[in-house]
Design a binder for this molecule. Structure first.
Ligand code: GDP
Length: 534
């Protein structure tokens, strides 16, 4: 197998063996099944079916989780660690539903690569495309797994062409399928010149590899019937002529994706994909930050919060901040500086996510994801260091596309609403705006489903029924500029002004025309649809 090129100084071995990635896919393509097989081969679970079974046991705990189940979506993301060969994989789960794109975007800031799973019969679907675009913004390396080859799938060249055309990325076959649907035999591993045959009898067994000396090896005929063999030889010759050869550097730069074909449910192709992640997905990467970037090999620990999840355990009002370590060797009990507040925090009970269980993390390295339980001090975008004032950049917050007024169903409990909404704002689940004029809160989300999620969580976690009513506004823009200019503008436009949950000034309107007018009449200000979390 080719070694990935080194474009950076050699990393300490513990860091160099880490691969931190997410899976992107359209719902139903097989992300859960593939995750389960990863964990199975990574030794993190004993039996396929556990991920789902555990998920369901957890879900029955509350109505909110029930809603997740009914709609077949996963609202909460988590991170899972497991070993495979010499590698330590950190798989960060992305929420599957398009309504949670902002969360997904931030999750993708915490990984070094993405695995794109597509259904062999359906090709590139809408959600795959959207998520791919997000990866592209960061030039994330992408490895592709074409799943469900045990069913009638599309022609192999057609699938590859579709990816190349729709996603504008070079595709190079790492394996080539032999037959499809009921005749699917397995794959020819184009990197290692191996024959991989699928075992239909045992879904959890890893296929045996048969080493062959190229496609004219007589051993091929022992395993592959004549018609499929001829087709395979012809197609591989054509693929080698028409498609670009695997170039690890191009993969690292996000310009080329190697594609493996397989069937997650039959455990087929998964092992090759895992080897591929080890070989072609990058080591922990340099993290953009101010005033300087953070390199993974630095001896001091630095990390950033990319997700906050509240009430993971409904009995405790705790939150878990998911921190991606950007550098160093973390040890339990370490005292880190919370850069935003300048305060020290002692990380005494960090959590590592091994499969579906939480475990205390005694140590972790750059590239790992740890969970830090806290009472709300840690927010998305926060940086933790061993004292240096660094601020990780590139974790955005988007202007919500949907705004509604939130009212307490029970006026006696209205004061809890403030607290509940602030909590969800800190989690990044919603934006909360306090208008200058009038009472109440305006809540902004990126996807409509989030209103329902919020309403059921507020009721469940705070015992407070709420209503979301239409708002007179449809757009919110952060106002940037000189302090005096922002203040003068605010005073003149009180009806439109609000502050967000961080106290930043926001202009709200229902007309794009208004936004254009402000831009024209107030060159000293800028209105923006994103702000960096800090
Ligand atoms: P997700 O929505 O992307 O997480 O997809 P799931 O992993 O839940 O899979 C969706 C459906 O496809 C389930 O019914 C799986 O059993 C099925 N499935 C997953 N992988 C395969 C496969 O390789 N072959 C076939 N035939 N079905 C599969």
């Amino acid at each position: 197998m080719l070694d990935a090129p080194k474009n950076r100084p050699t990393l300490p071995p513990e860091i160099a063996r880490r691969r931190t990635f997410a899976i992107i896919s359209h719902p139903d393509a097989g992300k859960t099944t593939l995750t389960e097989k990863f964990l199975l081969f990574g030794g993190a679970i004993q039996m396929a079916g556990q991920v789902r079974a555990k998920g369901e046991a957890r879900r029955t705990r509350s109505d909110f989780m029930q809603m997740e189940k009914d709609r077949g979506i996963s609202v909460s993301a988590s991170a899972m660690s497991f070993d495979y060969g010499k590698y330590r994989f950190n798989l960060v789960d992305t929420p599957g539903h398009s309504d949670f794109s902002e969360d997904t975007y931030r999750t993708l800031t915490a990984v070094d690569a993405a695995i794109m799973v597509i259904d062999g019969a359906k090709g590139v679907e809408s959600q795959t495309q959207k998520l791919f675009e997000v990866c592209r913004l960061r030039d994330l390396p992408i490895l592709t797994f074409c799943n469900k080859m045990d069913r009638e799938a599309r022609d192999t060249f057609e699938i590859i062409d579709e990816i190349q055309e729709m996603l504008a990325i070079h595709v190079t076959p790492a394996s080539w399928p032999i037959g499809m649907g009921r005749d699917f035999l397995g794959c020819y591993d184009m990197i290692n010149e191996r024959l991989e045959l699928m075992d239909r009898a045992d879904r959890n067994r890893v296929a045996e590899s048969i080493r062959i000396e190229g496609l004219d090896d007589p051993k091929l005929a022992e395993h592959v019937p004549d018609d499929l063999r001829e087709k395979l030889i012809e197609e591989v010759a054509m693929a080698r002529e028409l498609l670009p050869p695997l170039d690890p550097q191009q993969v690292l730069e996000g310009h080329m994706t190697p594609i493996w074909f397989g069937s997650a449910i039959n455990s087929f192709g998964v092992k090759e994909l895992m080897e591929g992640i080890g070989a072609y997905a990058p080591e922990p990467q340099v993290q953009p930050a101010e005033p300087r970037q953070i390199a993974p090999e630095e001896s001091r620990v630095a990390g950033f919060v990319f997700k906050v999840q509240a009430n993971m355990d409904p009995k405790h009002r705790d939150r878990v901040a998911f921190v991606r370590l950007a550098s160093g060797h973390f040890q339990r009990g370490m005292k880190l500086t919370h850069v935003r507040s300048g305060k020290p925090i002692t990380v005494s009970s960090p959590v590592l996510f091994l499969a579906a269980d939480r475990e205390l993390a005694e140590e972790a390295w750059a590239g790992d994801i740890i969970g830090i339980p806290n009472h709300g001090q840690l927010r998305i975008g926060d940086t933790l260091t061993e004292g240096e004032v660094l601020r990780v950049t590139g974790i955005p917050s988007f202007a919500p596309e949907l705004l509604k007024v939130c009212r307490a169903g029970d006026p006696m409990k209205a004061k809890h609403l403030d607290k509940a909404l602030m909590q969800f704002a800190e989690e990044g689940a919603a934006k909360v705006f306090k208008p200058m004029m009038g009472s109440g809160f305006i809540v902004g989300v990126v996807g409509a489903l989030q209103f329902e999620v919020l309403a059921s969580r507020i009721e469940l976690e705070y015992g407070l029924p709420v209503r979301f009513e239409p708002s007179q506004f449809t757009s919110a823009r952060w106002v940037h500029g000189d302090k005096a200019a922002v203040e003068a503008f605010t005073q003149k436009n009180k009806q439109h002004m609000a502050t967000d949950n961080d106290g930043d000034v926001v202009y709200m309107t229902r007309l794009q025309w208004d936004i254009d007018r402000v831009a024209r009449d107030h060159p000293e200000l800028s209105l923006s649809a994103t702000k960096e979390m800090q």
